[in-house]
Design a protein around this ligand. Structure first.
Ligand SMILES: C[S@@+](CC[C@H](N)C(=O)[O-])C[C@H]1O[C@@H](n2cnc3c(N)ncnc32)[C@H](O)[C@@H]1O
Length: 260
């Protein structure tokens, strides 16, 4: 079981597989006011940077599940390197439908909501592992500006304009699902560069080392086309953020409660 090999190649040197810098990951941890022993579940945990650095910096404990064998191994190595292997556990596996035995304080799916069919499904899945009073974290793209044509949306490597919302609509959609947005940390264009441009040198070095590999042509063609594609499309049109959500309270005196 694994993700398509092309991602294991192009993102092999990434610690964070999203347009999220180490500084913003730390900002998010601080914003959530994490306390020692906070229990965190991370579905699609990638190379484990969020759990490992939050374990080091805030004393959290947690579990990450990811379908990439390479990323899962990198996560375990990172935990050793940061001296937090006793606090965090990484499972190589399919997180589809995963519900933890023990309820958690923070349940996250940061950039992998498709594992539950999209944002609404991911929230529903994460909620099943969440303690009362806990926080759900969703990492998701949105349109910085709405693409004027479907072709531009495709240039952003999405299927259609309807794949994503603009930021105010995305925030409103959480409310429609019955959740308050209690924090958010957003990526900017240079954060997108750190995620996308970091793939280019990785691809170049991989090509030098693997000229005869069956994916060499595909990697070469991506290396040629990706800088221009990124600058023309993703960098201009796509935003990205991590949104912290809590089930909306329902005081008797308000009519703002969601549908959930
Ligand atoms: C965009 S990356 C985000 C990784 C991590 N959250 C981060 O911010 O670094 C998406 C991750 O989802 C993982 N993934 C894809 N399908 C999955 C599945 N069915 N179950 C678990 N992980 C999955 C990929 O291996 C990849 O690490």
């Amino acid at each position: 079981m694994d993700i398509p090999r092309i991602f294991n190649i192009t993102e092999s040197a990434h610690r964070i597989h999203n347009p999220m810098t180490p500084e913003k990951l730390a900002t998010l941890g601080a914003a959530l006011r994490l306390e020692p022993k906070t229990r965190v579940l991370d579905l699609g945990s990638g190379s484990g940077e969020m759990l490992c650095t939050w374990a080091r910096d805030y004393g959290i404990v947690g579990t990450g599940i990811d379908m990439s064998q390479l990323f899962s191994e990198q996560a375990e190595r990172r935990a050793e390197e940061l001296g937090v292997a006793h606090q965090v556990r990484f499972v190589h596996g399919d997180a589809t439908g995963y519900v933890s035995d023990e309820k958690v304080n923070v349940a996250a799916c940061v950039g992998a909501t498709w594992i539950a069919g999209g944002v609404a499904g991911a929230i529903e899945l994460l909620a099943r592992s969440l303690r009362t009073g806990g926080i759900i974290l969703i990492g998701e793209p949105y349109w910085r500006q709405l693409p004027p044509t479907e072709n531009i949306a495709k240039g952003c490597l999405t299927n259609a304009i309807s794949d994503f919302l603009v930021l105010p609509e995305l925030l409103a959609s959480f409310g429609h699902l019955g959740y308050d947005v209690v924090e958010m940390v957003l990526a900017d264009q240079s954060d997108w560069d750190r995620y996308e441009a970091a793939k280019w040198l990785t691809m170049r070095r991989w090509l030098e080392a693997n000229p005869d590999d069956e994916l060499a042509h595909e990697v070469q063609s991506r290396l040629v086309s990706e800088p221009e594609r990124h600058a023309a499309y993703t960098r201009e049109y796509l935003g990205w953020g991590v949104f912290a959500l809590m089930p909306r309270l329902c005081p008797r005196s308000t009519s703002l409660c969601g549908a959930a």
